[in-house]
Design a protein around this ligand. Structure first.
Ligand SMILES: [Zn+2]
Length: 266
């Protein structure tokens, strides 16, 4: 319980994380964010260490970063306070999610595009793990006062419920945007909570081990978007999260990747 490191992410702890204060013990609030930028740009912006121990903007701003293709990095241990949510920093667990680059249409203002299928798959598994590890209680948060599964805008005026913590000084900030909030509420969080029937979800997502006819022990996560190549540790983490695994041949793999047809699998 309470593992501060998520086994399903690559560890890239950013400079200065050791000097970030410890977060408040007890249940936390997951907050989904949108980068208004690329993974590379956001990471470079966060990866600055100005060596001032009293400085709340020192080091990484969010605990995790998620790229369009599903590449997931941990930037700070969960038991430290990140700096994404202003008055909520002591109890939020934050993920910045990529929204610009070749996977997305050009956009501006508050018109944030939906997350990719791979991002949705990763966030489903991650939020379910947060519940399993007891970092967050198994419920959707409707205000910034609550603990559970939420998003940045809960604490942004004019959406914020008065007397609840303020998560940004920028009134009207859209983060993470209408489409992404909709994905959290209707696709990602219900999966994490098992609040909706899951057999369909499970059918939609599985690990393909490649390959039974070769020495290669690579696994692939097959979901709604492009298949995600997994390291051995990632594959074990997804299995641990309850995702089914099949042993495929190289031919199976190529067929799935090329044609998107997986009907011949068990
Ligand atoms: Zn945000």
């Amino acid at each position: 319980m309470h593992n501060p490191i998520y086994p399903g992410a690559e560890q890239h702890l950013l400079d200065g994380w050791q000097r970030r204060r410890l977060a408040t013990p007890g249940h936390r609030l997951f907050t989904g964010h949108t980068m208004a930028g690329t993974m590379a740009g956001t990471k470079a912006f966060f990866d600055v260490d100005d060596v001032d121990p009293d400085d709340d903007i020192d080091g990484a701003f969010s605990h995790f970063g998620l790229a369009a293709n599903g590449h997931f990095e941990q930037w700070m241990p969960i038991d430290r306070a990140a700096a994404s949510d202003l008055e909520g920093n002591n109890y939020t667990i934050s993920v910045e999610v990529e929204d610009k680059g070749p996977f997305f249409p050009v956009w501006s203002g508050s018109d944030v595009p939906a997350m990719t299928g791979n991002q949705v798959v990763v966030l489903r598994l991650f939020t379910r793990w947060l519940i399993q590890e007891d970092w967050v209680p198994p419920r959707i948060a409707n205000t910034s006062c609550e603990r559970g599964l939420g998003y940045h805008r809960l604490g942004i005026d004019p959406y914020r419920v008065s007397n609840c913590p303020k998560f940004s000084q920028h009134r009207g900030k859209a983060c993470p945007g209408d489409r992404r909030i909709n994905q959290y509420l209707h696709d990602i969080f219900p999966f994490a909570l098992d609040a909706t029937p899951t057999p369909e979800d499970d059918e939609d997502m599985f690990i393909l081990d490649c390959c039974s006819d070769g020495p290669d022990d690579t696994g692939y996560l097959i979901g709604n978007g492009e298949p995600i190549k997994l390291t051995k540790d990632e594959r074990d983490a997804y299995r641990h999260a309850g995702i089914r695994a099949f042993q495929g041949t190289k031919k199976d793999y190529l067929h799935i990747i090329d044609v998107g047809n997986r009907s011949h699998l068990p």
